[in-house]
Design a protein. Structure first.
Length: 250
């Protein structure tokens, strides 16, 4: 096996337009049009959620690229018209349609693509093998990083891990969640979605709990980039949790 390379830890949240963040995370009076500009200078990554609900225009991806600083990275949720169909392996044209929709306009700021399956999707070796084979490792000479978010307990098996490893697709780690918590190194990067923030914790998590996530990320980063997002839970606290984790990482 090739020697893995130490990476960087990117920390953020899902999306950036959320009313309860105004006046708590975003300064009072900040216009909505400036929220991405502000968030991208407080955090180091954001998972784009709007792409899950529909295709975005190339100009939109270019605008997001231009509003954020060098070194900032977006993860992108793949569209549900790909990931929530009855037979995943029949989505080849939809995968191509998404990848040609302008997402590459993010340039060097394009991080992993998260292919989130429905909670009802049960593991089937042949279907998942065929689906993973649809995800290209390169498009127009650009290397792509793919992560698969599974939400059914049937995926917590060696057959699935072996398939993900064969295709160099990261398995999304669901932290503090009702979904299966699968920890497996299957790609040259790690993708974590941490879902346990609490409304009664000013920073989303108690210090000891936040420290555990910091230590986990520091272990994973020895082998490649880590993308960690505070998602759902007490969503109003997620930016504070991300900011606190970044501060503790120094």
């Amino acid at each position: 096996m090739a020697t893995r390379k130490a990476g960087k830890i990117f920390v953020g949240v899902g999306g950036w337009n959320f009313a309860p963040w105004r006046g708590s995370f975003y300064p009072k009076g900040l216009t909505q049009s400036r929220e991405l500009h502000y968030a991208s200078r407080e955090l180091t990554s954001i998972e784009i959620n709007s792409t899950f609900y529909g295709l975005q225009k190339p100009a939109t991806f270019k605008k997001w690229h231009d509003e954020t600083p060098d070194g900032f990275v977006f993860s992108v949720k793949a569209p549900r018209f790909v990931t929530q169909r009855k037979r995943l392996a029949e989505g080849a044209s939809s995968v191509t349609r998404f990848l040609e929709s302008g997402v590459l306009r993010l340039g060097a700021k394009l991080g992993p693509i998260n292919w989130q399956l429905a909670p009802t999707k049960v593991f089937d070796t042949e279907e998942i093998a065929e689906f993973l084979a649809l995800l290209p490792r390169k498009v127009d000479g650009r290397t792509l990083r793919h992560a698969l978010e599974v939400r059914h307990a049937s995926f917590d098996c060696e057959e699935f891990i072996a398939l993900a490893r064969e295709h160099q697709v990261a398995v999304v780690e669901a932290g503090d969640s009702e979904y299966p918590h699968i920890q497996a190194r299957t790609a040259p990067f790690s993708y974590l979605r941490v879902m346990g923030t609490k409304a009664n914790a000013p920073k989303g998590y108690a210090p000891a709990a936040l420290a555990r996530w910091r230590e986990h990320a520091q272990t994973l980063v020895r082998d490649g980039d880590v993308f960690l997002y505070f998602i759902s839970g007490a969503k109003e606290r997620n930016p504070q949790a991300a900011r606190a984790l970044l501060a503790s990482l120094g």
